[in-house]
Ligand binder design. Structure first.
Ligand code: ATP
Ligand code: MG
Length: 201
């Protein structure tokens, strides 16, 4: 085929593609607060949530963050985001379960943490709420899943919520609008490389 023929066919194909894309964009015309769940064993759940946080702040929106279980407060994301305007940041865990070794205490911390979280889920001024590592206190039975799902469902209609953590339950996936499962293909940690500042924490 001549170059002119190839170019003409390409143009026709792209016209059909554009019509198809335009049609599907037109069909997606609803606006609502989304529930996003980022789960799976691969790296990229929390960092994806903080990527959406950066996007939201870029539009001048208010963002609330609740970090569960992890009591450490020396992550790069906290050092950066917590000092920005329009950010409410809560570290709600007192450390990893295998560090605290105190189930009763962990339960009290988790329940008190959820009360704090609820104030964000009831505040229509907060456009995005990130519930980082929320799957763990639920999985350990520290927090009642039905209560959590009900509180998330009752949030202001335009508020977005992002939940991260491995092993998201069927009920969470059911309620969510967007769910991504990060797949672990390879991780540097298994090659003996320790967590790297700026990449892993
Ligand atoms: P990130 O915060 O980097 O997006 P994540 O939220 O998907 O990671 P978490 O389970 O919260 O994953 O773990 C956080 C830390 O554990 C990070 O240092 C991350 O690099 C590391 N990590 C994540 N997935 C794996 C894995 N499959 N093997 C080993 N380490 C991992
Ligand atoms: Mg994480």
């Amino acid at each position: 085929m001549t170059d002119t023929g190839i170019n003409a066919r390409h143009k026709a194909r792209m016209e059909r593609k554009k019509a198809h894309i335009d049609q599907s964009i037109e069909k997606a015309d609803q606006e609502k607060g989304l529930l996003l769940v980022l789960t799976g064993n691969g790296k990229g759940k929390s960092s994806s949530a903080f990527g959406m946080m950066a996007r939201s702040l870029g539009y001048g929106m208010k963002v609330g963050v609740a970090q569960f279980i992890k009591g450490r407060s020396d992550t790069g994301e906290e050092a950066f985001f917590a000092r920005q305007e329009n950010v409410e940041w809560h570290v709600l865990g007192e450390g990893f379960t295998w560090n605290t070794q105190d189930r009763e205490g962990d339960i009290k911390t988790a329940i008190a943490g959820w009360e704090t979280t609820k104030t964000m889920l009831q505040n229509p001024e907060i456009a995005l709420v990130i519930l980082d590592e929320l799957t763990y206190p639920i999985k350990y039975g520290y927090l009642d899943e039905a209560t959590i799902l009900a509180d998330i469902a009752a949030r202001p209609s335009q508020q977005h919520v992002v939940v991260t953590g491995r092993g998201a339950s069927e009920a969470f996936i059911e309620l969510a609008d967007t769910v991504s499962e990060l797949k672990d293909v390879k991780h540097a940690y298994r090659a003996g490389i320790k967590a790297q500042a700026g990449i892993d924490l």
